[in-house]
Ligand binder design. Structure first.
Ligand code: UDP
Length: 328
């Protein structure tokens, strides 16, 4: 058994892939999850501790039981549209949950923390490539709650020596190339899985949110990154901290923007089937374009994305979509 790493949200989409990458790198992932959106069946590479971040005692109990070397914090509410309808829940759950976790981590004497942040902290920046130097100006409650947690980490870092790596994700896509894990949300709101459900006839059509954005074809541009590449960066980030390097923030994306229409085209190529599409209105809170500059992760962490070509990501998601998925 390798050294323990507490993985909040370890039963979720990205957290479960992170557990696999950690196990492969010789660590023991402890999945801490309330199973509100995660799946017990996705916890395959270490134990599941069923707890809730809004209950500080359950967080402290998990840290005391497993004495992890580091904490990786994935658990959060993460839907832009929902955060615009119900900002209070986003601020309460994400920010209180992180505060409990960060303070309990410091109290337990753990000094290594890796945080899942988001490109939504940058807001809408007129199509500029978003680097770590870009000013953060979130336009939705989801992005706002994540930026608040980044600030919290900087303060706990300065005052309590909590060394941390902040990763800002762009649009995470794809599934475990070996087919052991994949994306499964209930309800699903993300473009690629919804599109593949429409291809399979599990829903009547995909609604494209808005076609009047200031982009080449009028639909939003997003930067898609493969979940396996993303979690590889987390193992590099963990080793960065274990090597005693300073706190740092890294954007994680492929550096290429694809419009919603281009994603649909790529899916036609991969699945050889049509995507039934309905043109709909804009979704509140959506930025026109979110494209990453990820040079820092490439140069400093030595991150080497391997599967983040759009067709590869859709292909892996398509393979997963044809499997039975996790049972409730
Ligand atoms: N999108 C869409 N129809 C859908 C879901 C998403 O047109 O049913 C668009 C959405 O407006 C955004 C992009 O697809 O421009 C990616 O959205 P998703 O929810 O997957 O990720 P987000 O960018 O919100 O993190």
């Amino acid at each position: 058994m390798g050294q323990n790493i507490l993985v909040t949200g370890g039963a979720g989409y990205i957290g479960s892939h992170a557990c696999k990458a950690l196990a492969r790198a010789g660590f023991t992932p402890i999945a801490f999850d309330n199973l509100s959106t995660g799946w017990a069946g996705a916890v395959k590479y270490g134990p599941l501790f069923q707890g809730d971040l809004t209950d500080r005692a359950s967080v402290a109990a998990a840290l005391a039981e497993y004495q992890p070397l580091a904490v990786m914090h994935f658990a959060a509410l993460s839907l832009v549209g929902e955060s615009m309808r119900d900002p209070e829940t986003y601020w309460r759950v994400n920010v209180n949950g992180a505060l409990n976790l960060i303070s309990a981590t410091v109290a337990a004497g753990i000094r290594n923390f890796i945080f899942s942040s988001t490109c939504a902290t940058y807001g809408d920046q007129d199509g500029v490539v978003l680097t770590e130097a870009t000013r953060q100006a979130p336009i939705n409650a989801y992005g706002g709650s994540k930026r608040a947690i980044e600030d919290m980490l900087r303060d706990f870092g300065a005052s309590h020596g909590l060394n941390h790596v902040i990763f800002r994700y762009f649009n995470v896509a794809g599934a475990d190339p070996e087919g052991e894990l994949g994306e499964q949300h209930q309800p699903e709101t993300h473009l690629i899985p919804l599109m593949l459900e429409a291809v399979q006839g599990k829903r009547p059509a995909l609604t494209v949110f808005g076609d009047d954005y200031p982009t080449p074809d009028g639909t939003c541009l997003r930067d898609y990154v493969h979940v396996s590449d993303l979690v590889d960066a987390h193992v590099l980030g963990l080793n960065w901290l274990l090597d005693g390097r300073p706190s740092r923030d890294f954007n994680l994306g492929s550096g290429k923007g694809f419009s919603v229409r281009e994603v649909i085209e790529a899916s036609r190529f991969v699945t050889n089937r049509d995507v039934p599409v309905i043109q709909g209105a804009r979704r509140p809170g959506d930025a026109a374009a979110l494209v990453s500059g990820s040079e820092r992760a490439l140069e400093e962490l030595g991150w080497q994305p391997k599967r983040s070509e759009l067709r590869q990501m859709i292909g892996d998601a398509w393979a997963w979509a044809q499997k039975p998925g996790y049972q409730a």
